[in-house]
Design a protein around this ligand. Sequence first.
Ligand SMILES: [Zn+2]
Length: 236
Amino acid sequence: MSQRQLNLAGGHSIPYTLKVSANRRTIGLRVDASGLTVHIPQRIPQHTVESLLQDKSDWITRKLAEWQDRPQVFEWRDGATLQHLGQDILLSLRQDAKSRAVEFDGTRLYVALPRPDDTATVQRKVAQWYIKQARADFTRRIELLAAKLGVPTPPVYLSSARTRWGSCNSKGEIRLHWRLIQAPPHIIHYVVAHELAHLKEMNHSPKFWAWVEKLCPDFKLARQELKALSAQLHLV
Ligand SMILES: [Zn+2]
């Protein structure tokens, strides 16, 4: 699986996920809430994929627009698919006399409570679990990248600001949105790199972007992917 980018005439570009599978014979396109996914057989040259995507670009653009316009609501039911670090995880919802601590085995998230149809409580329990994961994951990434940048590890806070994924204030405090923990690791990496680079440059000047690039060479693609992913990350 890899992240690619389709460049269209007029400077517009569409990020997509490329998945190679051994038992496919044809190229398949799928557009859903997570954007465009292209399934290809093994040993297909990239230019063949590119020209097919160019041919289908009107269809792709229309489908992506349809998804973006769709009013989406997450269904908190047993078997629902959640995201954690870009991986699908299954919500396992069951009734229990007591409200239990949420458990995760790598593929399933177990939520047990007296009333599994009480959506607000289920949502709160899952959010608390995400927040715990986010705190651990973001702290580790900040430490690693701060060392790489040669700055002291700044204090990190979690946020739930609706409009931004991360911020860095003049005191050098970094805030990251807990919902980012649903995103693939390279996207989180980009947001962390972006906020840390503000410790060097408190603006979005070319100097600033040079620091970002140092920490995250694929930052342009990651930024676009994050944009495409934003609505989905806010769903849960
Ligand atoms: Zn910024």
